[in-house]
Design a protein around this ligand. Structure first.
Ligand SMILES: [Zn+2]
Length: 253
């Protein structure tokens, strides 16, 4: 059988036996791919270090039909993203991106998702401590959107009325967006004012490269949205990231 090669990002690695590892990649051409990498442990030098989590490169593997676990031939690392392993907040952001992709992606090629994942990890690599929360949240929203679930923020999800510039609505997770002030009466979702709405739109567009206010509230809205539409169980890495985000003041925007 001839091996296939595809650009890939390493999302998770588990040791297997004494010398091998099971590696889970998100690939451009084959979606999620799990491979057995034989004899890679205990190896010193370049081969071992380039097989670290969040690294991108060219994966060459023998893909068998109707199998969940394939055999790796080679991984040529082109982008190690080493800084993600040196800073816990950026690491947590990358781990959340990975867990979201692992939890919802399948074996179909989805190039937009692949590009979104790659660029979100790259933004995290170059972000500083102040910009890391926004970089993580932006990446998570963009992955969510790449999966086909973008929140409706410009007009009310119930009555379709355009939201006013100063209008405070409420998030309706089930409906997938914001309710206008009138439709929000008696509704239980979190309040979403104009400032927060603009921030979520900027996070989705990847244009918010400055410090974000209320990062934990943003993560909570994002987690609830993801729970309704993508992954109906708590994601450990979201909880881990939440504990690392800056503490906020009680007053909401
Ligand atoms: Zn309405």
């Amino acid at each position: 059988m001839a091996p296939v090669s595809t650009p890939a990002v390493l999302l998770r690695a588990h040791d297997y036996g004494d010398t091998s590892r099971i590696l889970r990649f998100y690939t451009r051409d084959h979606g999620l791919v799990s491979v057995m990498a034989r004899g890679v442990r205990g190896r010193s030098g370049k081969g071992a270090t380039t097989l670290s989590t969040f690294a991108s490169g060219d994966l060459t593997a023998y893909l068998k039909q109707d199998r969940d676990l394939h055999t790796m031939k080679d991984f040529g690392c082109t982008n190690l993203r080493a800084p993600l392993g040196q800073d816990v907040l950026r690491f947590a952001g990358a781990a959340a991106l990975s867990e979201l992709v692992l939890a919802h992606a399948d074996q179909e090629a989805h190039p937009e998702l692949f590009e979104g994942l790659e660029s979100s990890l790259d933004v995290l690599v170059v972000s500083d401590a102040a910009g890391a929360p926004a970089a993580a949240l932006s990446g998570l929203w963009r992955i969510t959107e790449a999966f086909g679930f973008a929140p409706q923020l410009d007009s009310c999800v119930r009555c379709d009325t355009l939201l006013g510039g100063e209008e405070v609505g409420r998030f309706d997770f089930e409906a997938g967006g914001v309710r206008c002030a009138e439709c929000a009466e008696g509704a239980a979702g979190p309040r979403l004012g104009p400032g927060a709405r603009r921030q979520v739109l900027a996070l989705l567009a990847g244009t918010l490269d400055t410090e974000i206010t209320h990062a934990r509230r943003h993560l909570r809205v994002l987690s609830d949205f993801v729970a309704y539409h993508l992954v109906p169980r708590p994601l450990k890495s979201f909880h881990f990231l939440d504990g690392l985000l800056p503490q906020e003041e009680v007053q909401a925007t």
